[in-house]
Design a protein around this ligand. Structure first.
Ligand code: BGC
Length: 740
């Protein structure tokens, strides 16, 4: 009796329950922390009944509200997904939450989960600082755990091929090295909280219009050298517990039942040991899903819709799917949760959160990722002589914009702007209550700040005229499930023009989800890309404008001058039938972003890698050598100005004789923090895959022997300085030694 009293109720139930796997004498043996995650996952799988295994591979909505869907009572509020646990075996449920900017609120109509909004993923990528991404990831992961979640759906790394893609704000830009490195770093940060996260959307989910029926056509070499390389780098560097397959088709098959993508590329070639979960409702066919690599179906709305559960049970019963295939799925899921620590340290909901500390992390990220695009005549930082400052438009009097859809974080304090944008998901427009205007007034108590909403052009012009400098805020709300024109909405171009005509010292601050067109750029003195800058974005913008912070963000994407600068001037799909599967061919192949612009000799409005500073840097002393089949480059950077600042030095590589998909590729980068007058040296080793071409005949990368140009530059269009290095021919295996 006494002994029994000491046991927890759950343990009593467990001991009393019938032992499932005859080979497993103790069903709780998997809890032995001395064993490897693989060994523990094996024990757990062996102890489970078939029905228990089927529970673990099925996730359904966690969100409450008036949607017509089933919700488990154990699901956590406002969450994306819930997977039942196995109480008998002390295996906890999976509580799944979006997304890359923090703990998101599904169904913005009932925002009762207010959390810290990290800036958009594209802003974090603009920091070019993996350390910053780790810190940001650690912060949102801590909020996820404190809110009771053990699985984040964060880590978007699809390359920016379509400048109008509504989810560009969630991703890491257009370059596989930069996007993979930054998303890998966010992943490490999130998972440092003993939870797992999910790199997504695998793969080529580069447009939102008709995303469930668009069939992306791309040949294997191009695929391996572009989006897939971004995923591969992010996975190697971040070791995510899960990968989310995407809604679209790739080369004729839906991504979540695509044997090539899931079984061959991800699991075989890359040796990926985590699990694949579907995007919400991205399943089509039980047997194909099961055999072609999907481990967990997600986003089931009604029990009758399950692709796994009953249907998989039937397929196992009649032999269409061997039970060992299900065992492998459960093993992968269990292993990920065990290896991360989440299975042993199960999160509880509603723990206190240190919002003040977390908002500082968000602000630091914003301050390092906001990009100073243009600064003629040193209009910024605002000089002491600028005593009358006009702030116009973009709701800058009350807040900063956030991106919509499943990644929507509802920021603490609530949105100061209501009633704008779509009434239904992915709307409405949500602003973080962080006013750039008020923050600027706090920075510059000596200045007279005047305000105009921008709705009335005459008033805006009059306000601008009566000021030493006019700062116009323009916004472009973007969101999941939709794509967007590159022209700013609501005639904001006319607003900028009206202000610029009234005041020669006009600065434009952009809050956009990706590149937009700026027909007025030659008529303004300054431009700042603030993206969606998160919970303290207003403070970050103000401190940059006032010169408290020296901007050091650099573009992770190319800004063109016209939609026709990109491979497709518009996104196909709007006029397609709901169920019509249609092709979009990525004829640019791996020549994405600056590579496409380079190849076509198109001059961008602002190039990839571009970002100005309030100080001046000089870069030099470039040396490069061939070593172990790759190139190592070292160089020095000096702060030649009078204020401290951070420089992003970029190394581009190109074969002297050509032969790549585009003239050059980003081979490495380093962000250096320099006091006035200070010099630092840096060494960058080029990932050898960036020196090769994909070889389908002998899967791997073929590096051609010959001469390579190594360039030290400040952007993709800066000629910089170059040296030539000779490399011997080599061949790199596909998985860089990963298990086959
Ligand atoms: C999105 C995913 C998201 C999921 C759960 C889907 O609509 O594409 O990115 O994680 O919903 O909210």
């Amino acid at each position: 009796m006494k002994i029994l009293k000491l046991l927890t109720t759950a343990a009593v139930i467990a001991l009393a329950a019938p032992v499932a796997g005859a080979a497993t004498p103790n069903p709780l043996a998997w809890q032995n922390k001395k064993l490897s995650p693989d060994a523990r996952a094996d024990l757990l799988v062996r102890a489970m009944t078939l029905d228990e295994k089927l529970l673990v591979v099925t996730s359904y909505y966690g969100t409450q509200g008036d949607w017509n869907h089933y919700r488990d009572p154990l699901a956590r509020r406002q969450s994306a997904g819930f997977v039942a646990g196995v109480p008998r075996l002390h295996f906890a449920p999976q509580w799944q939450t979006d997304a890359g900017s923090g703990v998101a609120t599904q169904g913005v109509a009932a925002p009762d989960l207010q959390r810290t909004a990290l800036p958009a993923g594209i802003l974090t990528a603009s920091t070019w600082n993996p350390e910053m991404a780790v810190r940001g990831g650690a912060m949102i992961g801590a909020e996820a755990r404190a809110s009771g979640f053990n699985t984040m759906l964060a880590g978007g790394v699809d390359l920016l091929r379509e400048p109008g893609n509504g989810r560009n704000f969630e991703y890491g830009g257009e370059d596989p090295l930069l996007a993979g490195t930054m998303v890998g770093a966010i992943t490490r940060g999130i998972q440092s909280n003993r939870i797992i996260t999910t790199i997504k959307h695998f793969a080529f989910n580069d447009q939102e219009t008709r995303r469930t029926t668009v069939n992306i056509l791309i040949d294997e070499p191009a695929a391996r050298m572009s989006d897939l390389l971004a995923f591969q780098i992010a996975i190697e560097q971040g070791n995510p517990g899960a990968i989310m397959c995407s809604y679209n088709l790739v080369n004729g098959e839906w991504a979540c039942q695509n044997d090539w993508l899931l079984n061959k590329v991800l699991k075989r070639d890359w040796g990926y040991k985590g699990f694949v979960m579907s995007d919400w409702g991205g399943m089509h066919d039980t047997v194909k899903n099961a055999l072609n690599g999907l481990d967990q179906e997600a986003g089931v709305q009604q029990p009758a819709d399950y692709v796994y559960r009953d249907k998989l049970k039937a397929a196992i019963a009649d032999g269409r799917v061997p039970e060992k295939v299900l065992d492998d799925k459960v093993h992968r899921i269990a292993r990920a949760l065990i290896a991360s620590g989440a299975a042993d340290d199960v999160p509880t909901a509603d723990n206190p959160i240190d919002f003040a500390a977390h908002e500082k992390v968000s602000q630091a990220d914003a301050e390092e990722g906001i990009v100073l695009l243009k600064n003629d005549g040193h209009v910024l930082p605002l000089a002491g002589a600028a005593k009358r400052i006009a702030i116009i438009g973009g709701h800058a009097d009350v807040g900063v914009l956030t991106g919509g859809g499943s990644a929507q974080v509802y920021p603490r304090g609530g949105s100061p702007v209501t009633g704008e944008g779509p009434k239904q998901w992915p709307g409405p427009h949500v602003y973080a209550p962080s006013s750039p205007m008020k923050a600027l007034q706090a920075e510059r108590p000596d200045a007279r700040i005047s305000w105009a909403s921008g709705g009335d052009l005459e008033k805006a012009a009059a306000t601008a005229k009566d000021a030493d400098v006019a700062i116009v805020f323009v916004t472009q709300w973007t969101a999941e499930g939709m794509d967007f024109p590159l022209t700013l909405p609501n005639e904001q171009d006319a607003l900028v023009d009206a202000v610029a005509r009234a005041n020669p010292n006009t600065v434009v601050v952009l809050e956009t989800g990706g590149p937009v067109l700026m027909p007025w750029i030659d008529r303004v003195k300054g431009a700042v890309e603030a993206w969606y800058p998160g919970s303290k974005g207003g403070e970050a913008i103000a401190r940059i404008l006032a010169g408290k912070v020296n901007p050091s963000g650099h573009l992770p994407v190319t800004f063109g001058r016209a939609a026709t600068d990109w491979p497709r001037a518009s996104i196909d799909g709007a006029n397609r039938g709901e169920k019509e599967v249609f092709d979009v061919r990525f004829s640019e192949g791996a020549a994405v972003g600056y590579k496409w612009f380079d190849k076509n000799g198109t001059t961008p409005l602002f190039p990839f890698g571009h970002g100005l500073s309030y100080t001046k840097f000089t870069q030099g002393g470039l040396k490069a050598a061939a070593k172990s089949g790759t190139i190592t480059a070292s160089f020095s950077v000096r702060n030649a100005g009078s204020v401290a600042g951070k420089q992003v030095a970029q190394i581009y590589v190109s074969p002297v004789g050509g032969g790549w998909e585009a003239p050059k590729r980003l081979g490495g980068f380093a962000k250096l923090d320099l006091a006035p007058g200070q010099s630092k040296t840096a060494t960058v080793t080029v990932d050898p895959r960036l020196l090769g071409m994909w070889d389908s005949a002998r899967p791997g990368w073929k590096v051609a022997g010959g001469k390579y140009r190594v360039t030290l530059a400040t952007s993709a269009t800066d000629p910089g300085t170059s040296v030539i290095v000779s490399l011997p021919a080599s061949h790199l295996p596909v998985g860089r030694g990963a298990a086959k």
